[in-house]
Write a protein that binds this ligand. Structure first.
Ligand SMILES: Nc1ncnc2c1ncn2[C@@H]1O[C@H](COP(=O)(O)OP(=O)(O)OP(=O)(O)O)[C@@H](O)[C@H]1O
Length: 251
């Protein structure tokens, strides 16, 4: 088993005259949180899109778990174990927490059932759903409507739904967005434990969270990775500080 699970090799993406990503290479290792930071417009979303499979690179390749997945679409990459969360919420608001998790488990197994009540009675699916809800701390609210959950709980449920699909790695797009101080602190603790289950490539603007969580940080500026390293080294890096216009934004 190799240490590197996700291997991005020399990815380039242009939109007309704009080069959004230029020969970007980075890796995600088992057990780690690797944060991707950079000023607005640096190319973070474009990079994540190419890793998840929603955007095709003009050059370069994406390797996941030892396979070249560059030609695979988003669904195929998800089935291979690459889970993307928080970009678009896929939760059914009128359904309960448990129903959402059971449907996640059903989707992952590619099974077709005619009646929703049969799905909800399937003990294997319920067991998978329960384990995922337990892991994110939402089993107590399994019978609640998703619409009645807090914003932070919904984010945890999105992770639980992803967990029912047995992911090998997570791509997370701004999990702290809109959570407030207390919610961010709770999410930080949660992600801290999750890395043991599956490593996380984390795009996040909340620098306190990034520097509290990341094992490694990569800094993207004008589509290029200008530095990759441990949080302390990144904090001290002169090019990184310059990219963030002085010292303000880095804790
Ligand atoms: N579909 C598109 N068509 C044209 N230009 C695009 C497209 N998507 C992104 N860009 C451009 O590519 C560059 C990188 O954008 P991107 O959204 O990837 O940056 P970002 O780092 O995610 O920014 P933010 O932090 O604001 O979300 C920007 O100049 C943006 O205007």
């Amino acid at each position: 088993m190799t240490e590197v699970l996700l291997d991005i090799r020399g990815i380039t993406k242009r939109f007309g005259a704009v080069t959004a990503c230029e020969e970007v290479s980075l890796t995600l290792r088992r057990g780690e949180i690797h944060a991707l930071i950079g000023p607005n417009g640096a190319g973070k979303s474009t990079l994540i899109g190419q890793i998840a499979g929603s955007l095709r690179p003009d050059a370069g390749s994406v390797w996941f778990d030892g396979h070249d997945v560059t030609a695979l679409d988003t669904a195929a990459r998800a089935r291979a174990g690459l889970a993307r969360t928080f970009q678009i919420s896929s939760l059914a608001m009128e359904m309960t927490v448990l129903q959402n998790a059971v449907l996640g488990a059903l989707g992952a197994r590619g099974r077709v059932m005619r009646f929703f009540r049969d799905v909800m009675r399937d003990s294997a699916l319920r067991a998978v759903a329960r384990e995922a809800l337990d892991r994110v701390g939402l089993w107590d609210v399994a019978a609640h409507r998703v619409g009645d959950l807090s914003h932070g709980q919904r984010r945890q449920l999105e992770v639980a739904v992803a967990l029912t699909q047995a992911p090998k790695a997570f791509l997370m797009d701004e999990p702290m967005a809109g959570l407030g101080a207390e919610g961010s602190a709770r999410m930080t603790r949660f992600l801290d434990g999750l890395r043991q289950h599956a490593p996380i490539l984390l795009v996040e603007h909340d620098m306190d969270a990034v520097f509290a969580l990341a094992d490694r940080v990569s800094v993207l500026v004008y589509g290029r990775v200008i530095a990759t390293g441990a949080p302390d080294a990144i904090r001290r890096d002169a090019r990184v500080r310059e990219a963030y216009l002085g010292d303000e934004a880095l804790p």
